[in-house]
Design a protein around this ligand. Structure first.
Ligand code: IMP
Ligand code: MG
Length: 209
């Protein structure tokens, strides 16, 4: 059954004054370039969902989202997957309010679900140096899962410091610091519906960082 919905704050007829029009999202003004559009993301998520369903067949998937960065991607991706899914999150920190790595990723909050003998799909926003995913995969493997696969929305070109090959990749992008669709700069811009590069003068930690 489909229940008809109306966007919050709008009326059944007429336009909604508080909903920004497509393409006029206010924070877009801070982007110097859009690398992946909202439409391209939606299309790719559908295909990624198909790839993942084809790989897992009828198996149940235990999805583990690396938060905060992978929150938005995980939410979009899981709705394209029709397997039974359990969801857990793991909180890692590897970047601060800068566009450069601070070195070693650390686990801030670990899993709550038991993943032994489960098929784990680890989901992250971006594969950059590879340190985060390599470390989390190692931790997960020690917990005795039936399998571990990894899925990233973005794979950054020419940045790998540890050998790591993700199983599913949304987009390969050039070596630029990007924001949007979950990716942040000093915790801002995660809510942008597309992925882009900040204008140069906004790429240094500003006063609010
Ligand atoms: P890695 O451990 O170097 O692969 O870094 C992975 C993490 O760094 C990701 O989960 C992101 O949170 C963050 N990161 C790497 N590149 C970017 C970027 O271009 N924009 C925003 N966050 C990034
Ligand atoms: Mg981040």
């Amino acid at each position: 059954m489909v229940i008809p919905c109306t966007p919050a704050g709008s009326m059944l007829t007429g336009s909604c004054p508080i909903m920004p029009k497509a393409g006029s999202f206010p924070a877009h003004a801070d982007l110097g370039a859009i690398l992946v559009s909202e439409v391209a993301i939606k299309r790719r998520l559908k295909k990624l969902g198909e790839e993942i369903m084809a790989t897992y067949g009828n198996e149940e998937i235990t999805a583990i989202s690396i938060i905060n960065g992978a929150i938005i991607f995980t939410a979009g991706l899981l709705r394209e997957i029709r397997n039974p899914v359990r969801l857990d999150c793991i909180r890692i920190t590897s970047y601060r309010n800068e566009t450069k790595s601070i070195g070693k990723p650390q686990i801030l909050h670990s899993l709550t679900l038991d993943i032994s003998d489960r098929h784990v799909l680890l989901i992250d926003d971006i594969l950059d140096t590879g340190k985060t995913l390599a470390m989390v995969v190692q931790v997960i493997k020690k917990l005795g899962p039936a399998s571990v696969r990894t899925c990233v929305l973005l794979e950054k070109d020419g940045r790998r410091e540890v050998g790591f090959e993700p199983d599913f990749v949304g987009f390969k992008i050039p070596d630029k610091f990007v924001v949007g669709y979950g990716l942040d700069f000093a915790e801002r811009y995660r809510n942008l519906p597309c992925i882009g590069v900040l204008k140069a003068h906004l790429q240094n930690p500003p006063e609010w960082a």
